[in-house]
Design a protein around this ligand. Sequence first.
Ligand SMILES: [Zn+2]
Length: 250
Amino acid sequence: MIHVIAVVCFLMIIYAMIPYILSAWFSIGVKRKGKKEQGMALTFDDGPDPLYTPELLDLLKQQNIKATFFVVGERAAQYPELVARMHREGHLVGIHNYKHHCNWLMSPWKNERALEQAARIVEKIIGEKPEYYRPPWGMIHLFDFFLHRQFQMVLWSRMFRDWRSKGGSEKISRGLLKKAEGGDVILLHDCGVTWGANEDAPHYTIEGLRTALPEMKRRGIRFVRIDEMFSSRPAKQVRVQKEKNLIHGA
Ligand SMILES: [Zn+2]
C-alpha cells in the first residue's frame, strides 16, 4: 500500500507540482508579466455574471480602459450578450475553460476537449477564435505545455485576493495604488460563484477600481489588453487591427 501511495505522490509531483512551479514562479510556458513600459493589464476571470459584469463594463467604458476577460465557457453560453458586449466595447475575450474545474483532476484529453468547447462558444459569439487561455486557479499540468498549442497561457503577476469580500473595496484600491506598477498583469474577478469565492466579492472589486482607476490614470499608467502587452507586433498595430475587425463586424 505504501508503495502505491509513493507512486501516486511521485506522479502528482511530475504531473502537477513541477509544471505549477515552473509556470507560476519562472514563467516557463506562460506569460505573466510584461515590461514596465508596456503598460498594465487588468484581467477579469470567472464571468460573465449578469449582475457584476455590466456594472464593470460601464465603469471601464466611463474610464476609457480596455481590459481582458477570461470567461468560463458554460457561463458565456448562458450570457452571450455580455460576451458580445465585451468584444463590442474593445475588450479582449480569452477563455478560462468550459467549467471552473481544477485541471489537475481531469485527464489532459478531457481538458483539451473542454478548452475547445469553450473556444467554440466564444468564437460563435464574437466571430473570432480566442487566443489566450488562463487555467482555473493557475493550475497547470504537464500536458498543458504540449497540448492546446493554439492558446497562449496567461497567468498574472499581481493579485489582491479579490475573490473574498473580507477587506472590502479598500483592499483592492489600496493594493492597486500601492503595489501595482507598469508591466503587471492584475488578476481580478467579475463573478463570485466559483468554489472558494464570496458571491458579493465582485461588488468590492468594482468599487475598489472605481476609487483607484482615476488616480492611476492621473499617475500616467497606461492600461492595455493582454494581446497588446504580449504581442510581438507594436501595441498600436494590434489596436488598429482590432479596431478594423470591430468596424467590419468580425
Ligand atoms: Zn477562476
